[in-house]
Design a binder for this molecule. Structure first.
Ligand code: ZN
Length: 178
């Protein structure tokens, strides 16, 4: 697959197909979006929100979550705010998210099948891997919790607007969570 992609890429560049996408590093809409890595959103999210290349900083992880105050997602948001001029942040979780119901108890047998030794799993269990890989179960609650993690972060300035949403993974319809 990756070799096919490399071949496509050579042609893309040779054809100068990149020209419609040329922009700079500053988000034109002064917007950052924290969302899920779900492949249903890869193109749908930008299309449904009317965003073009260069409009917004889009930060993705499994679920669109912030797990701690030093989480990589909050680090990216701080870079967006202080380095790139972000003034508004949208947290966008989505319907039927895979990270909703995931659980370490389901991962564990697959990890063993893939050759991760039992003693390594025990070591990671003592480090709290089960909580780390646990799904969030309640999508609305998760949006509120993520918005709160940003709003209440000591390094996020109060003049940044943070709002939470759930996007329909099929229709792209946004519902605000207050
Ligand atoms: Zn998801």
């Amino acid at each position: 697959m990756i070799n096919d992609i490399l071949e496509y890429n050579r042609q893309f560049v040779a054809d100068k197909a990149y020209e419609p996408f040329i922009t700079d590093k500053f988000p034109a809409k002064k917007l950052a979006i924290l969302t899920c890595m779900d492949t249903r959103l890869t193109v749908l999210l930008q299309e449904a929100l009317g965003l073009k290349n260069g409009d917004a900083k889009i930060i993705k992880n499994a679920g669109g979550l912030i797990l701690s105050e030093t989480d990589s997602a909050i680090r990216s948001l701080l870079v967006g705010i202080y380095e790139l001029g972000v003034k508004e942040i949208m947290v966008v979780h989505h319907s039927t998210c895979g990270a909703c119901h995931m659980s370490y108890s389901e991962f564990r047998p697959h990890m063993l099948e893939h050759g991760i030794p039992e003693d390594i799993l025990s070591e990671w269990e003592s480090k709290g891997v089960a909580d780390w890989l646990e799904g969030f179960h309640d999508t609305e609650g998760s949006v509120r919790k993520t918005v709160a993690a940003i709003v209440n972060h000591p390094l996020v300035p109060k003049d940044v607007v943070v709002r939470g949403f759930i996007i329909d993974s099929v229709s792209g319809e946004l519902t605000e969570i207050r």
